[in-house]
Design a protein around this ligand. Structure first.
Ligand code: CO
Length: 174
């Protein structure tokens, strides 16, 4: 689906120091990101950067392509504490849940997306230790949204188009 950004929202689509997240239609968002073969200092720095950018943008998740790096790292923060997942893979999935989603790369646009309600995820933490999580609800949705980013998929590809709406992402910010 082609998104036409309304005039009132176009300022959110500028990429600068204040808004460092990559926005549509940047091609990096449509690439399939490469697996991390070996975690290096560069990846640790990248993950720190992602956490900072996500927090500054009031996001609950971010994927490396959203900071311009086509590698398989995501950060999720369903609660306060951010969790970094390297090479995350969904191993099991069940149930269905529909909820409204937005995306730091498509600021101001929101709509309903159907996701799996429960998933189990395998990944590595930023030290290279294997981790696995069983997740449901909000956390499961965020992981699915962020892993989609690693495959070049955006929520607008899956959204119920009849539910799309534009609104100010951070009203108290400006
Ligand atoms: Co997103």
């Amino acid at each position: 689906m082609d998104i036409v950004v309304p005039k009132d929202f176009q300022h959110l689509y500028v990429r600068d120091e204040k808004r460092p997240v990559v926005k549509i239609p940047d091609g990096v968002l449509r690439q399939v990101a490469a697996p991390v073969e070996k975690i290096t200092k560069r990846h640790v720095k990248l993950a720190d950067n992602m956490v900072r950018i996500m927090k500054e943008a009031h996001g609950v998740g971010i994927a490396a392509p959203q900071v311009g790096v086509s590698e398989r790292i995501i950060v999720i923060a369903p609660e306060k504490k951010p969790v970094i997942l390297v090479n995350p893979e969904i191993k099991e999935k069940s149930g269905k849940i529909v909820g409204q989603e937005g995306c730091l790369s498509i600021p101001g646009l929101y709509g309903d997306v159907e996701r799996f309600a429960k998933i189990s995820v395998e990944a590595y933490d930023i030290k290279g230790k294997p981790v696995d999580y069983d997740m449901e609800g909000y956390a499961a949705v965020i992981v699915q949204h962020e892993i989609d980013h690693l495959d070049g998929i955006l929520f607008i590809d899956k959204v119920d188009e009849t539910t799309l709406e534009w609104r100010d992402p951070n009203p108290e910010d400006e």
